[in-house]
Design a protein around this ligand. Structure first.
Ligand code: ADP
Length: 187
């Protein structure tokens, strides 16, 4: 069954603004969207093999995670918000948004969040090197991956407006392709 609403992956180094973007997008979207904060889901549903004290993060059980996400993704109308995007099957994503942030701004945001220094440094380096972006580009067709700046509130409003326009187009395209299928079936 084709999806009636798209699946949007929002990824980026921690602190680039994924959750904030996702929350605004839920409000602005022309179709209902469910925001899944994948990191929170892993924690709340125990989809992990324990907590890594050194890195202050959970060791994710990917099979359990994918099982949990399968049903909402197949329904569509979902935002998958996580700092990595290469775990999902490629067919899941209709759009992959990679948020980017200036590294000094990111440092401040992660400091405010109370991250340990080592974790701030690691994420800061990852952002400078564009690790999350490279990973997204290696995992998906280039046409569905979009890199957006997320330094200011203006950036965020523009980004969300762009994604809303993309959703409107996706809905139109998919209504049309649904009609094409019906026509070709009746021929
Ligand atoms: N484009 C932006 N402009 C200003 N502040 C932002 C922007 N994006 C995120 N922030 C702020 O940065 C912090 C981290 O954002 P968050 O959405 O939690 O990041 P992530 O989900 O990627 O870890 C929050 O305090 C948020 O308000």
């Amino acid at each position: 069954m084709p999806r009636r609403s798209p699946v949007i992956v929002i990824t980026g180094t921690p602190g680039t603004g994924k959750s904030t973007h996702a929350q605004l997008l839920v409000q602005e979207s022309p179709v209902p969207l469910q925001h899944i904060n994948v990191g929170e889901l892993v924690k709340m549903q125990g989809l992990h093999d324990g907590f890594d004290e050194e890195w202050q993060s959970y060791t994710v059980d990917e099979d359990k995670l994918l099982d949990q996400l399968e049903s909402p993704v197949s329904e569509g109308g979902v935002i998958l918000d996580w700092h990595t995007s290469d775990v999902y099957p490629e067919r899941w994503a209709d759009l992959v948004v990679v948020l980017r942030c200036h590294h000094t701004t990111l440092w401040d945001r992660l400091e405010t969040r109370g991250y340990p220094l080592k974790k701030i440094q690691e994420n800061n380096e990852a952002e400078i090197m564009g690790i999350v972006c490279d990973e997204a580009r290696e995992s998906y067709q280039p046409g569905i991956v979009v890199e957006l700046e997320s330094n200011t509130l203006e950036d965020m409003e523009e980004n969300v407006a762009r994604i809303v326009t993309w959703i409107e187009q996706w809905i139109k395209d998919n209504e049309n392709s649904g009609m094409d299928n019906e026509n070709s079936e009746s021929e």
